[in-house]
Design a protein around this ligand. Structure first.
Ligand SMILES: *Cc1c(COP(=O)(O)O)cnc(C)c1O
Length: 225
């Protein structure tokens, strides 16, 4: 079945309006909040519908899925930008480095090593965000809060200005605000300007807490099956 693209265009317009309103309410400029349209599980036709509606920044969880969908689209839409936002296995590091404009999920020394090796082979390295496990949840990706400062410093030392910021996914059942504020304070402490936080259910709170990138799937493309 083809995605109903009028819906996607309308949803995008609505989401952009909500981002603007949330930015304004927080005394921030709307252009300082970037929308990452999350297309995991959605077909290329849905991505194209968003592209036709002016969206250029996309997020995918899985390297394999992104590698199938995005290179052909990038040929037609050269200013398309892809963020990888899912847990990254070291054996996918090279493909991720070849494919992504930003990898948002750098979260452990072994992945740093793999990305450094991949960068050498590919002759390029995407921008990097360090993912912090702000709820210290055992099942979740991200560096634990207690280890975040040291890991971020090590990443900055190794990758320099390519490390641009932090990313988090707060615990599902909790008020996200203290987690967003923790991440914002951590980024400030390290002089990092990018804060990727906020999803369909909580992006307005994230914007109030300083998010520069919100990652929205459901609000744009509908529920995933
Ligand atoms: C799926 C996903 C999103 C988007 O979630 P929605 O609730 O559909 O907006 C954002 N960030 C990450 C890391 C995701 O995996």
């Amino acid at each position: 079945m083809i995605e109903a693209s009028p819906d996607i265009a309308a949803n995008l317009a609505q989401v952009r309006a909500r981002i603007e309103a949330a930015a304004r309410a927080a005394g921030r400029r709307a252009e300082d909040v970037h929308l990452v349209a999350v297309t995991k599980t959605k077909p290329a036709a849905a991505v194209e519908a968003a592209l036709r509606a002016g969206q250029r920044l996309f997020g995918e969880n899985r390297v394999q899925e992104a590698a199938g969908k995005f290179p052909p689209l990038k040929a037609t839409w050269p200013d398309l930008r892809l963020h990888l936002i899912g847990p990254l296995q070291t054996n996918k590091a090279r493909e991720a480095v070849a494919l992504a404009d930003v990898i948002e999920t750098l979260d452990r020394p072994r992945l740093s090593d793999a990305l450094a090796r991949a960068a050498e082979k590919e002759g390029r390295l995407p921008q990097l965000l360090v993912q912090v496990n702000v709820g210290d949840e055992p099942q979740k990706a991200g560096v634990l809060r207690a280890e975040a400062d040291a890991f971020i410093e090590a990443c900055k030392k190794r990758f320099g200005p390519l490390v641009t910021g932090l990313m988090c996914i707060p615990p599902l059942q909790e008020d996200p605000r203290p987690h967003f504020l923790w991440l914002a304070a951590c980024a400030a402490r390290h002089g990092l300007s990018v804060l990727s936080m906020g999803m369909s259910a909580d992006f307005e709170v994230a914007i109030a807490c300083g998010a520069t990138h919100v990652r929205l799937g459901t609000a744009i493309f509908g529920a995933r099956v």
